[in-house]
Design a protein around this ligand. Structure first.
Ligand SMILES: C[S@@+](CC[C@H](N)C(=O)[O-])C[C@H]1O[C@@H](n2cnc3c(N)ncnc32)[C@H](O)[C@@H]1O
Length: 481
């Protein structure tokens, strides 16, 4: 009982800004400092989840407990090691246990996660999902960023220059817009700004694409003339981004298993002016890496089917926790097979793996397993200025979320071939220590359909087709390069 009273007292003090957790715990003179510190930290971590459960079950009203005391008790009862008290408190909590447990289970179903730990990343995402900025990628195959900005200014939009910090992206309203602070071809508008009927969108001059989903092609950064493979490509936003980066020069092999999505992709690529692609309605796992056709492939983008748990709009209740766990396992197994298959292409130099999932099983665990099975590849440390990293120890990778990056939930890793025995560039790889591998795709059928109409209008004079000069081979945008 003393443990819970002390933990609640410390949480109260932290809320009143009377000190840091560590100091307050050490100053408490509690006999088991380690135990107290762990309980306070864990309760704090799960605080929004615990508060949700306590409010839903009306626990405070039923028990007359104060919020922080209820939180530490509910934490240990549902998530921690079990209650470490006896007597009347234990009896009281046991009386409410099944209601609390079923509320937690419902919460996990609603958020489509199987483990308590995964509730941590979804809780804040849902709240802030509809506040995400509207990101617009300028299609440099058809125009330039400057021309789009000028066009919009003539339409009454107010251009505020380049964002200098993340907070700038969320302070937009009305017809104001900014250039993004990380990605050069990206413009940022207030949430829910609708461009579907706009000329620039219909003519393929702009692509409506979440910032996080622009990362894979931007980071892979294939030079003009390269042979590039997009393994799971439809509906093709990343493919058209790759083509833009390559200036439509080189070869872009794009595969997808789903014929309908591939036909939508064909329309979208036409509208975006992509010409260097070779589309195939084919299972990527059955593509022969040894085929002479792919002998020059040096870059692969692998964005396989995933749970879609990072997509804020898809965070509804779909399945029971057990079913969900099985689904994640199957997806991760598929993702790992795709990754291993991709690494068999003989001339491959760099591969970007991405998912719009927030689950470790589909992200760090897949990458870690792949690296263990393919010693000739290592991770490339990505964008040091990016605010959210892959979970330890895979901090070379990037994560994205509504709270930390103002995007949908996303994960990106870049693997590069290296000569065995060569010294690691980045932090030393260690096996992942994780608590614990179909088809949801990045766009729902309705969203895909909404993007289908093509436009044959001629661009106005002020949106001239950008002339691209042959650029020097670019270096990938990676730390240390
Ligand atoms: C996450 S989506 C890809 C989104 C796409 N990269 C984009 O940016 O628009 C995954 C795609 O993988 C396709 N897919 C699933 N299994 C596949 C396989 N074995 N071979 C090729 N494509 C596959 C799905 O049909 C789906 O279109």
């Amino acid at each position: 009982m003393a443990l819970y009273l002390k933990a609640a007292e410390i949480l109260d003090k932290v809320e009143r800004k009377e000190g840091a957790v560590k100091t307050l715990v050490y100053d408490s003179k509690f006999q088991n400092i380690k135990q107290l510190f762990a309980l306070v930290c864990e309760t704090q971590k799960f605080s929004p989840v615990l508060e949700d459960i306590i409010t839903t079950t009306k626990l405070l009203k039923e028990t007359k407990l104060k919020m922080n005391l209820a939180k530490v008790l509910v934490y240990d009862l549902l998530i921690g090691q079990g209650l470490k008290c006896g007597g009347s408190w234990k009896a009281m909590m046991m009386k409410h246990r099944s209601r609390l447990q079923s509320t937690l289970a419902r919460l996990k179903v609603q958020r489509r996660v199987s483990r308590n730990q995964d509730l941590l990343s979804t809780s804040s995402q849902q709240v802030e999902g509809d506040q995400l900025p509207r990101y617009v990628r300028v299609n440099t195959l058809k125009t330039t960023v400057g021309d789009v900005i000028d066009y919009l200014k003539r339409e009454g939009f107010s251009y505020q220059g380049q964002a200098s910090r993340l907070g700038d992206l969320t302070n937009l309203s009305g017809k104001t817009f900014l250039s993004d602070l990380h990605l050069p071809d990206l413009l940022v508008f207030p949430p829910k700004m609708d461009f579907h009927a706009h000329f620039l969108y219909q003519a393929g001059h702009i692509i409506l694409q979440d910032k996080a989903s622009c990362l894979p092609a931007y980071l892979l950064n294939p030079p003009e003339g390269a042979h590039v493979l997009d393994a799971c490509a439809a509906p093709g936003n990343k493919t058209s981004h790759l083509a833009a980066i390559m200036g439509n020069k080189g070869k872009l092999f794009a595969f997808d298993l789903d014929a309908k999505r591939l036909s939508t992709m064909s329309t979208l690529l036409l509208r975006a002016g992509v010409t260097c692609q070779q589309l195939a309605n084919q299972d990527f796992l059955k593509v022969n890496p040894e085929s002479p056709e792919y002998s020059q492939v040096e870059y692969i983008l692998l964005d396989p089917s995933c749970s879609g748990s990072g997509m804020v709009c898809l965070q509804d209740s779909r399945s029971e926790p057990q079913e969900e766990a099985g689904r994640l396992q199957a997806l991760a197994a598929f993702q790992l097979r795709c990754l291993n298959h991709a690494l068999r292409f003989p001339r491959l130099q760099r591969l970007v793996y991405s998912t719009c999932s927030i689950h470790t099983q589909e992200n760090e665990e897949v990458v870690a397993a792949c690296l263990q099975q393919n010693e000739g590849y290592r991770l490339v440390p990505l964008l040091p200025e990016w605010p959210e990293r892959g979970l330890e120890p895979l901090t070379q990778c990037l994560r994205a979320s509504t709270t930390k990056t103002r995007t949908h939930g996303f994960f990106v890793a870049m693997l590069e071939r290296h000569a065995l025995g060569e010294e690691e560039k980045g932090p030393q790889m260690r096996p992942l220590v994780c608590a614990t591998s179909p088809d949801v795709t990045c766009l729902s059928e309705t969203e895909v359909a909404a993007q289908e109409p093509s436009c044959t209008e001629t661009p106005p004079e002020r949106l001239k087709t950008k002339k691209r000069k042959n650029k020097k081979k670019k270096k990938p945008k990676a730390e240390g390069d």
